[in-house]
Design a binder for this molecule. Sequence first.
Ligand SMILES: Cc1cc2nc3c(=O)[nH]c(=O)nc-3n(C[C@H](O)[C@H](O)[C@H](O)COP(=O)(O)O)c2cc1C
Length: 383
Amino acid sequence: MITAPLFTPLSVRGVTLANRVVMSPMTRGFSPDGLPGPDVASYYQRRAEGETGLIITEGVGIDHPSALGEAGLGENSIPTLAGSESVEAWRRVTDGVHASGGVIFPQLWHMGPMKEANTGPVPTAPPMRPSGLWGPAGRQTSLDANYLTRVQPATRAMTDEEIADVIAAYRRSASYAKAAGFDGIALHGGHGYLIDSFLWNETNQRIDAWGKDRAARSRFAAEVVRAIRAEIGDTIPISFRFSQWKQQDFKARLATTPDELEQILTPLAEAGVDIFEASTRYFNRAEFEGSDMNLAGWAKKVTGKLSMTVGGIGINKGYYDSMAGAETIAQPDLAPLLARFLSGEFDLIGVGRSLLHDAQWARRARLGEPFLGFSTDSLTSLT
Ligand SMILES: Cc1cc2nc3c(=O)[nH]c(=O)nc-3n(C[C@H](O)[C@H](O)[C@H](O)COP(=O)(O)O)c2cc1C
């Protein structure tokens, strides 16, 4: 089977993944009052039974009052790792995944500028923004126009004390994750949320040690990683998701050259990141001129760490192209992906929508069985 190389184990710190297929983090909104129940536990367990090598959960709100905005409340809310009740709820999820031979990391999430004031589990908590900026107006985005009008006005910049509080909240949530039996920690450092808003010069215009240059803009992310590493010790891996694109601006770029990427990611690697997840829409696109290599390839090359690619694996269209109406069908030909993997470009493959649609996707890929015809219904249900 051509996919056999993907079904080789990979050890990272004290954890061994059975294969290279990773469930990419996907927000589901099925955790009433922030607590995942039995339906969420069996949803993840089915992906472990289907031979997914690593499950990265949906974004999980950290233990900070402004971590989550809208969709952080009620029946359809986003889960959190904030206190003993959430530890117990997640313990049932990790137990199920482990019983089926799987490995699972939570994706720790703070929405930062994307949290709208007066929304979320703590409506009065102000949005956290490095410079008070949401992002530039008028860029390409898929966000609702009314939301944009409400969030674009500048608020005040985060104080040093607020920065320290958020870092401490990441650390607390990592300790809850460890107590809940998670095997590693994944950080959401992309898509324009809090960590990314420190990395991006359009949202971080501070002139102090948190923003005066590219290295300073990486400092917040590095301090979060350092705090988590101090909490969880040396045997538990940390994975860090980053992206060039932002929800505020699909065409944004943090780095326009490999050199710039190295300046951004090196402090994170030094702080304790083991895996870089390069969030792209299409895994098969070159990132910088003069080379065919994708963003995950460059992340691996400039840091010497492991990397994961993602975007359109097992499917013909990227997420936003599908939402814009492009016909989306299963893409059975994994040969282009395999060619890049075999050249050593990346170590792991992130699978998003294909794994929502079919919990058995990894097993099917191993056996060379046909993939199921894609349907967008799976985006809105917990099958
Ligand atoms: C329903 C849905 C929810 C998502 N939620 C998140 C999220 O919480 N965190 C994140 O980093 N990415 C999120 N993503 C992005 C996916 O992890 C992935 O990068 C993207 O879907 C591209 O992979 P695919 O082409 O295999 O679907 C989400 C994607 C989908 C489809």
